[in-house]
Design a protein around this ligand. Structure first.
Ligand SMILES: Cc1ncc(C[n+]2csc(CCOP(=O)(O)OP(=O)(O)O)c2C)c(N)n1
Ligand SMILES: [Mg+2]
Length: 320
């Protein structure tokens, strides 16, 4: 196994985990306003999937977006500052938790309306194909998006126009407090692909290498054949839907059972079995320092000047 790859995957997953644990702490200290949806438990999905993309590829996701932003190479400092509503944030403090954005890393957000990013991703992939670019679009969504109209609109166009897009459903089995079995008749969400039609796959989201190989095959299909794929990744969120949700619709035992297969813990154990103990503890030490620095940076940064409240808005098709 490639030690550099294993270290990189471990580093990125741990960065996300620690970033979010600190975000939860800052939220309870009321330093973060609005909603805060944590990605804790799902790290292997974003990190595994994004580890097979090239820097020219485009990425978008729903509102549970901190992990995808960091896995895309987004700065933890700018991410933490965004959560605190600071001017140094990745969306200049205007987006907050749900609207991380970093066009330099080809990270197109951070979408708060369930399923809204699905047809937009088809548009981004259409532009890539139209301009003969050798790039692809990866669009993440939750299981709650698959019954939304815009999901069908996006996938229909992707299949009709043979677009280089990968749609990835992060099936964490809940949409807010609603369990999936109340809204979908089978357990395999990838069957949604059959109706358009497009290639499909369903993988274990606790196994970062399974996520990587599934997304790798889909990226190749998109890049070389200009064809879309729908992938369902089975995962689980350990926290409530948002910080405001005590998650009483499931038991502690349910969560503990999944945590036993925690992807960070499993990869950490693999590193030890590969004799990578000292690399592992160095990574852990580095992440602690990086997160502490991000928190300090965010806390010390200024809020945006109220005079600039209307900046970055489109008025009559012009950006102000
Ligand atoms: C169109 C629309 N309807 C309802 C909501 C309210 N809402 C916010 S999150 C959510 C659940 C989505 O669940 P899922 O897609 O599974 O994502 P997860 O929270 O599990 O990551 C709902 C219904 C919304 N944001 N947009
Ligand atoms: Mg869900």
């Amino acid at each position: 196994m490639d030690q550099e790859l294993v270290s990189d995957l471990y580093r990125k997953m741990l960065l996300i985990r620690r970033f979010e644990e600190e975000a939860a702490r800052l939220y309870t200290e009321r330093k973060i306003g609005g909603f805060l949806h944590l990605y804790i438990g799902q790290e292997a999905v974003a990190v595994g999937a994004l580890s097979v993309l090239e820097s020219r590829d485009q990425v978008m996701t729903a509102y549970r977006c901190h992990g995808h932003y960091l896995a895309s190479g987004g700065s933890p400092k700018a991410g933490m500052a965004e959560l605190l509503g600071k001017d140094t944030g990745c969306a200049r403090g205007r987006g907050g938790s749900m609207h991380f954005y970093d066009p330099e890393k080809n990270f197109l957000g951070g979408w708060g309306i369930v399923g809204a990013q699905v047809p937009v991703a088809a548009g981004v992939a259409f532009a890539q194909k139209y301009n003969n670019e050798d790039s692809v679009t990866l669009c993440f969504m939750g299981d709650g998006a698959i019954n939304i109209g815009s999901f069908h609109e996006g996938l229909s166009l992707a299949a009709l126009w043979d677009l280089p897009v990968i749609y990835l459903i992060e099936n964490n089995h809940y949409a807010m407090g609603t369990p999936l079995h109340k809204t979908f008749p089978t357990e395999d969400l990838s069957i949604r692909a059959l109706g358009y039609p497009m290639a499909r796959d369903s993988v274990d989201g606790h196994d970062i290498f399974a996520v990587r190989s599934s997304v790798h095959a889909a990226v190749q299909r998109a890049r070389e054949k200009r064809l879309p794929t729908l992938i369902e990744v089975n995962t689980y969120r350990y926290r409530g839907h948002s910080m405001a949700d005590p998650a009483k619709y499931r038991t502690k035992e349910d969560v503990e059972q999944v945590k036993a297969r925690d992807s960070i813990k499993v990869l950490g154990e693999k590193m030890i079995s590969l004799g990578m103990d000292s690399i592992k503890s160095q990574i852990e030490q580095d992440i602690e320092a990086e997160i502490a620095e991000a928190v300090k940076f965010a806390e010390e940064s200024p809020f945006p000047d109220p005079e600039t409240a209307t900046n970055y808005a489109y008025i009559n098709n012009e950006l102000y």
